[in-house]
Design a binder for this molecule. Structure first.
Ligand SMILES: [Zn+2]
Length: 428
């Protein structure tokens, strides 16, 4: 079968697949974001140094190796509002606990705990790698830290064979898994020290400590008769991170507004960390740009936020779960999310503005609202809006199987959303 995708979409998806494949954990998502931004001429600012900002330069700031803001400034920037895109770098996963290696009846295993709300059934019987950050004391007696990945899949969580289940139709659903005893990945034969999984320089670190997660190393791939779908790990929310990065790289400098992207860690556990959206990262950056409380408040009242996070697509196999009048279809364009309890950030003026940009870019736009019988999830939008007073909307690409180890989205939607986001940041 042939592809139905045009050359621009294929090119965009190639870049996005590369970013997602390399971004195994939030540490890698930021490491790769920094590479893309440096390539595009952005300059690094450090939080512990004095800033002297210029309208000729483009900047980025990293916090705790897992969150990042990047921005460009208009002429007389302290009088101008921001247009901001937000996304999150983390995904539901299994994290290694302290004392992570144990032996159980001739099997070496990792001791893990659940981070966020993964669909655990999808993590079973899958080759898993491990990555994140390791710190320790080096030869010169200094604390050093490294962003690491195991070179190959090293672990697996075997499911129970169907034959051991009591009733013929009982499923081995994740709800029946014992989280202390049944989700610990098996490594094989022997492993004395976690450092041995990584590069040479890490093997000799003393007193090492870590923030390590399991991840699916299988790459994103196309599927569908004409490559209509993409399936891969961490699509929520690395698709949005990539769109944010690509848009700030290519948006037009304009006189009406400053442009910013903000990529946060810890959305999946509620964002209340210093690298999360409920910390002070974004407001600290805004205060340092405007340098004056009065100016920050004036600018915030005129600024706009588009919170990017994947949206639930209509799944025909579970039709009764949806409000059929507000159920987005994959490949029919970006989705505006609505929730009367403000689990999504809402603003009718900005919604209208966003729809106008979509129309200008010839991109169809869809609406999502949960069925009244479903409680549903939330995003960064309401948190950022409440923290800063900046009005916003929640938008994302329609996605199936959210929080599965492999999620499924449309081949067309990311490129189309990228066009709209670029126009938004360009002040159109
Ligand atoms: Zn998300």
């Amino acid at each position: 079968m042939e592809t139905s995708l045009d050359i621009n979409t294929l090119e965009f998806n190639k870049g996005m697949f590369g970013y997602i494949n390399k971004s195994a954990t939030p540490y890698h998502a930021i490491e790769n974001a920094v590479l893309l931004l440096k390539e595009a001429g952005f300059t690094k600012l450090k939080e512990n140094e004095q800033w002297n900002l210029s309208t000729d330069a483009k900047y980025f700031v990293v916090r705790e190796n897992t969150s990042l803001t990047a921005f460009t400034l208009a002429e007389n920037f302290s009088e101008k509002p921001f247009r901001i895109i937000s996304a999150h770098t983390d995904s539901p996963t299994l994290k290694l606990k302290p004392n992570p290696i144990f032996d159980k009846e001739k099997h070496v295993q990792f001791l893990v705990e659940v981070y966020g709300s993964p669909n655990l059934a999808s993590w079973l019987d899958r080759e898993l790698s491990v990555g994140g950050k390791i710190s320790g004391i080096d030869h010169d007696d200094n604390v050093k830290s490294y962003i690491v990945k195991s070179k190959k899949p090293i672990a697996i969580i075997p499911s129970i064979a169907k034959h051991f289940l009591k009733e013929p139709n009982q499923t081995e659903a994740a709800s029946t898994l014992d989280l202390q005893t049944q989700i610990n990945p098996i490594l094989g034969d022997k492993l004395s020290n976690i450092n041995l999984l990584f590069d040479e320089q890490i093997k000799d670190l003393k007193h090492s400590s870590f923030d390590l997660s399991l991840y699916d190393p299988a790459p994103v791939s196309y599927c569908g008769l004409f490559e209509e779908y993409i399936a891969g790990p961490r699509l929520d929310n690395l698709i949005s991170c990539y769109i944010s990065l690509n848009s700030i790289k290519h948006c037009k400098k304009n006189s009406a507004n400053n442009s910013m992207i903000a990529l946060f860690n810890n959305e999946e556990i509620g964002s209340r960390t210093s690298a999360g959206a409920d910390g002070n990262f974004l407001s600290a950056i805004l205060h340092r740009i405007y340098k004056d409380f009065e100016l920050v408040q004036q600018a915030s009242s005129k600024s706009f936020l588009v919170s990017l996070d994947n949206a639930h697509a209509y799944n025909p196999n579970y039709a009764d779960k949806y409000d059929i009048h507000n159920a987005p279809i994959i490949n029919n364009g970006p989705v505006l999310k609505y929730n009367s309890k403000h689990r999504y950030v809402l603003d009718s003026d900005l919604t209208t503005m966003f729809k106008k940009i979509c129309s200008n870019e010839s991109v169809n736009v869809q609406d999502f609202a949960y069925s009244n019988n479903i409680e549903g999830g939330s995003t960064l939008g309401p948190i950022i809006s409440a923290q800063t007073g900046i009005r916003g909307i929640d938008v994302g690409v329609p996605t199936w199987s959210m929080h599965s180890i492999r999620e499924i989205a449309g081949s067309l939607d990311s490129y189309n959303l990228d066009k709209v986001v670029k126009a938004f940041l360009s002040g159109e």
